[in-house]
Design a protein around this ligand. Structure first.
Ligand code: SAM
Length: 231
């Protein structure tokens, strides 16, 4: 089945608003429904990609809560939290650790309009000391109830929507793909992968570049007939 023009427009519109400078790191968040819910919020807010450091031997899994958002927000796995956070810091991200320490601040007093990463801790024990050592600013979401913490996916959603709110106010939400690091080439690459995932897989296996797309989103090249062009 060919890609319908309306669907292609939708893919472009979503990608136009994606933000490469807003992300989430999930440190040992390993309940599938939490991973899924966080990715779904990332998709809703416009996060380009998220990161995860899993417990050894615990593969990441998603469940129905994700509603397919894992297709639109790649979850980058990292072997260590130090490597993950240092890599993001080197790219200019400020690491916000969700942790109740003496120097933690109310999240509403933070400025998330610059490159921002929310570090979310494990359901049972929060974040590790190794992660904490790399945090630029610990923060918390104030609570007045009997229970001491929020569900991790609820905390992530609260922070991500606050970041979106601040960026909207500051006129810093991309609208034409300018939030994609790597410029036009990266934009076209992601768009192709979203539009034609099977063809993209095939191109990678064959070691060939992705074909160009027409304005309507059709593949502007003859490809082997066996290759499914289904969306
Ligand atoms: N007992 C754990 C602790 O001491 O951190 C509770 C972990 S909590 C269920 C899981 C994660 O949700 C936390 O590591 C943090 O990322 C996030 N979280 C929960 N409540 C939060 C709050 N009020 N402010 C900020 N983050 C919160």
């Amino acid at each position: 089945m060919p890609l319908l023009p309306r669907r292609f427009e939708r893919l472009q519109s979503v990608l136009n608003h994606r933000m490469g400078d807003l992300t989430v790191v999930m440190e040992q968040v390993d309940k599938p429904h939490n991973l899924s819910a966080i990715l779904r919020t990332c998709d809703a807010v416009g996060v380009l990609e998220a990161h995860v450091v899993s417990l050894p031997g615990r593969p990441r899994t998603f469940n129905n809560t994700a509603k397919g958002s894992q297709k639109w927000v790649p979850l980058q796995p990292h072997p260590s939290i130090e490597g993950c956070l240092q890599g993001l810091k080197d790219q200019g991200f400020r690491i916000y650790g969700t942790h109740l320490s003496v120097d933690a601040v109310d999240y509403r007093d933070c400025d998330f309009t610059g490159p921002s990463c929310f570090l979310m801790g494990a359901e049972k024990w929060g974040m590790s000391d190794e992660a904490l050592a790399l945090v630029d600013q610990p923060l918390f979401i104030p609570m007045t109830g009997m229970v001491q913490s929020l569900n991790v996916s609820v905390a992530a959603a609260t922070l991500l929507f606050e970041a979106l709110r601040q960026r909207e106010r500051a006129g810093k939400v991309p609208s034409a793909g300018e939030g994609i690091p790597g410029g036009a080439d990266a934009y076209q690459r992601i768009l192709f992968e979203w539009a034609y995932p099977q063809v993209a897989d095939w191109c990678r296996r064959e070691g060939r570049p992705y074909p160009a797309l027409t304005e309507e989103g059709e593949i502007a090249e003859d490809l082997p007939r066996t290759l499914k062009l289904r969306y």
